[in-house]
Design a protein around this ligand. Sequence first.
Ligand code: NI
Length: 139
Amino acid sequence: MAELVRFSVAMPEDLLEQFDSLVERRGLAKNRSEIIRDLVRDALVEEQWHDPDAVIVGTLTLIFNHHANDLQNKLDHIQHTAHQLIISSMHIHLDAHNCLEIIAMRGRSEEIRKISESLLGVKGVKHGSLTATTTGTGL
Ligand code: NI
């Protein structure tokens, strides 16, 4: 880890109170400085996410009913076309009808977003979301 540098921050008192309750909710293992570092990293990931050429790691979750017509085949087909982006995937049979699929990807943010939108757009997918993160240096 790089050397830590101290700096002071000014903010309105009520905002600081809300920040301190956030610190408290995140537990004893984290203090103000660590939470501020987390928030800065979040902002940097968010910025990278908007750069189409940035290499990011994305996790897509999908919920669907496996009885839906040809749905699993369509999802598999799309994933095969993107095999170079997909690091790993996990399929969980949630109950008699519903499946959860978790797909981990690494690549250009534009490609990850495109493939995620194709998967989320398949008829029968009930819910899903893409979470982006990064392994960027300095984070
Ligand atoms: Ni299943």
